[in-house]
Design a protein around this ligand. Structure first.
Ligand SMILES: [Zn+2]
Ligand SMILES: [Zn+2]
Length: 342
């Protein structure tokens, strides 16, 4: 099968072809695994973190990709959940132990044995992949394969961040950064909390215009003061400036949720502007978001179909994965980037 593999950690600014097209044997599903014939795989900012070593795969080479849609092509001897040919999705959570206190309390995303698709196990930048059947999802009929792919990460983790924001309907919400995840969060927030005004902080005028189009009450630049103090803010950027700027827009007791697996180092000195009384005092909280649970993915897919959310997608061939990654790095974003595999 064709696959795009990462052989070594590298800097995308210097190496614009980090992945190599190779021919690999089709994997064989064991026991409770299913073989998925991949039709679409989303391209995620986390792949940049893997390639550049901020969350490095434990073994190389590896097939990246954790927003996978395809059809069941074979089943292991113990796998019973799906029929051959059934459409399934695979998300960032590839497996967890199922026995620890985190797994048993609904926080399998925090399990010490958490394994991520396309980092700790081969992912969807390939024609086929295997996954434990309990970690695959039925995809609502409302979505095409390419539409469903970006929902599996940006959407599911956006859903988790919104959950962790602890918002009550009517309280004001801020979003800093307005990429794939944030625009989905805005749509979810408008649906779940119809009386909550949403304030968007984004670098580009185009992103701000898009936010207003989608129903934001206000849109400004990263360093702007919002017209009112906000109960919660969700940060979806890869850098530090928006974190510091967001904290001063929080109301007393407000919560900042940072939805990023890693932050880049480029503007870390911005943290020195942190002023305790302005940014943290009055019981403001900062909470990060780690991974997703299967419930996040399932609940989000249902919500997305009910709203309905139709992500804007930009398609690339599997062989064009490097181009998609470089454009993502350069923030040339016209909708979620998706590899069309078959
Ligand atoms: Zn992702
Ligand atoms: Zn566990």
């Amino acid at each position: 099968m064709k696959a795009m593999v990462l052989r070594k950690i590298t800097d995308l600014a210097k190496n614009t072809s980090p992945l190599e097209l190779v021919d690999l044997p089709i994997p064989v599903p064991r026991d409770n695994e299913i073989l998925v014939k991949v039709s679409a795989c989303g391209v995620c900012h986390t792949e940049l973190d893997e390639i550049e070593g901020r969350t490095p795969p434990p073994r190389l080479p590896v097939v990246l990709g954790h927003q996978v849609v395809g059809r069941v092509a074979a089943t292991g001897s113990q796998a019973r959940r799906f029929q051959l040919g059934e459409r399934v999705g695979v998300a960032w959570i590839y497996s967890a132990c199922g026995k620890c206190r985190f797994c048993l309390s609904g926080n399998e995303n925090l399990c010490a044995a958490f394994r991520a698709t396309g980092r700790d196990a081969p992912g969807g930048y390939a024609e086929y992949m295997v996954v434990p059947e309990d970690f695959a999802y039925r995809i609502p009929a409302a979505f095409s394969d390419v539409e469903a792919a970006p929902l599996l990460c940006a959407g599911a983790i956006g859903y988790r961040s919104l959950r962790l924001a602890n918002l009550q309907d009517g309280q004001s919400l801020g979003l800093t950064g307005f990429g794939a995840s944030a625009h989905l969060v805005l749509m979810m927030a408008r649906h779940k909390y119809p009386h909550s005004p949403v304030f968007v902080f984004a670098r580009s005028a185009r992103e701000r215009a898009f936010a207003l189009e989608l129903g934001a009450a206000w849109a400004g630049a990263t360093e702007d003061k919002s017209p009112e103090k906000l109960a919660s803010i969700i940060d979806t950027t890869p850098v530090w400036k928006p974190v510091v700027e967001a904290l001063q827009n929080l109301e007393p007791g407000g919560r900042l949720v940072i939805n990023a697996i890693r932050k880049e180092e480029v503007d870390k000195e911005y943290l020195l502007r942190l002023d305790y009384p302005a940014h943290l005092w009055l019981e403001k909280e900062i909470k990060s978001v780690a991974n997703v649970t299967r419930d996040d993915v399932r609940e989000f897919l249902e919500l997305a179909a009910a709203i309905p959310i139709r992500p804007e997608v930009e398609e690339f061939a599997l062989e064009e994965a490097n181009q998609a990654l470089v454009e993502l790095k350069l923030r040339q974003i016209r909708g979620a980037k998706v590899l069309r595999v078959a």
